[in-house]
Write a protein that binds this ligand. Structure first.
Ligand SMILES: [Zn+2]
Length: 212
């Protein structure tokens, strides 16, 4: 199969528009290297692109995306860990100042976990990956009489908080956070409304951001 035509068309539009406007910036980023201040850990979901939501320019966001924006806990077990490697590089080499975990509404990964349904694909990986959400589900408690969307929102938001808690299990990161050199933040994007919510760590609630 050919390279997707949609991507060729998209690149053409980029080359004629944004690239032309930002060529100098790209040249400078190539010369000096990247120095983003913000790292975003988001979901793979095609509707939740951090660069689009935050209107980011090249070089501004260091982004890791995976199913359900999960940060697995620190586990130096000799295996390969993609998120941990990105954190190590982002914080250790790039001196990232802010780490944002970006969750979202209508998250397929969270829904699959909540419904205890078959994983999204019957493959070898996703079921085990989603088990990382278990502490978040335990914190939310049983669904009980809540309607499903209310319960899923709680679970999606608890999953963001759980990823933030897991950040603190990385010794180097915990030290930098305690010293105030790195700050962590939770955010939640409402896919239908387009609203952005930011976690208030003192109350544990997500508050809607009013656009400036
Ligand atoms: Zn998702």
């Amino acid at each position: 199969m050919n390279f997707p035509q949609r991507l060729i068309e998209g690149y053409s539009a980029f080359a004629a528009g944004r690239l032309q406007r930002e060529q100098d910036r790209y040249n400078e980023l190539a010369r000096a290297g990247q120095s983003p201040e913000v790292m975003v850990i988001g979901c793979c979901d095609s509707r939740v692109s951090p660069e689009v939501i935050f209107d980011a320019r090249p070089g501004e966001l260091f982004v890791v995306r995976n199913v359900a924006n999960i940060i697995p806990p620190y586990s130096p077990d000799g295996q390969a860990h993609g998120v941990s490697a990105a954190l190590e590089f982002g914080v250790g080499a790039l001196r990232i100042k802010h780490i944002v975990v970006l969750g979202h509404a209508h998250c397929g990964g969270v829904k699959a976990y909540a419904q205890d349904s078959q994983p999204l694909s019957p493959g070898d990986f996703i079921g085990k990956w989603m088990q990382l959400m278990t502490p978040a589900a335990e914190r939310v408690g049983p669904r009980g009489a809540q309607d499903q969307s209310e319960y899923l929102t709680k679970l999606e938001q608890a999953n963001v908080s759980n990823s933030l808690a897991n950040l603190m299990t990385f010794p180097m990161l915990a030290k930098l956070i305690e010293k105030g050199k790195v700050a962590t933040h939770g955010a939640y994007f409402g896919v239908a409304s387009g609203d952005l919510f930011v976690l208030d760590k003192t109350t544990g609630e997500f508050r809607r951001v009013t656009a400036a």
